[in-house]
Design a binder for this molecule. Structure first.
Ligand code: ZN
Length: 112
């Protein structure tokens, strides 16, 4: 084993076992350990996970979780008003209005 940046082989300290709080991550990252290089202060895992497993993990698990979180934070709602805005002779921008806020109110007044 050697540092991925400076290729140091001796001054590598075991830091911790790799932990990811996503269910099923052991399947992709089992027995990974985190090391820190004392020469260049770079931290890395060893052994490096298989690239195909890593890509599969990010595309199918992480992106999926992000989509669930985003839909929870920003549920799909129907706009009450929408239209196209002419930018020039060719291009238009689609716009939607979701809230009819009275901008003269303060945040405290809106949240009441
Ligand atoms: Zn290093």
């Amino acid at each position: 084993m050697q540092c991925l940046i400076c290729e140091e082989k001796e001054k590598l300290n075991f830091f911790d076992n790799y932990k990811l709080e996503v269910q099923g991550d052991e399947k992709y990252f089992n027995n990974l350990k985190i090391y820190n290089c004392k020469s260049c202060d770079f931290s890395f895992v060893h052994p490096m996970p298989d690239e195909n497993k890593l890509n599969y993990f990010y595309i199918n698990i992480i992106y999926y979780l992000i989509r669930i979180i985003m839909l929870d934070l920003f549920p799909q709602i129907e706009p009450y008003e929408y239209g196209l805005l002419d930018v020039d002779n060719i291009h238009k921008i689609y716009w939607e209005k979701h809230f009819d806020l009275d901008w003269s109110l303060s945040v405290e007044e809106i949240l009441k």
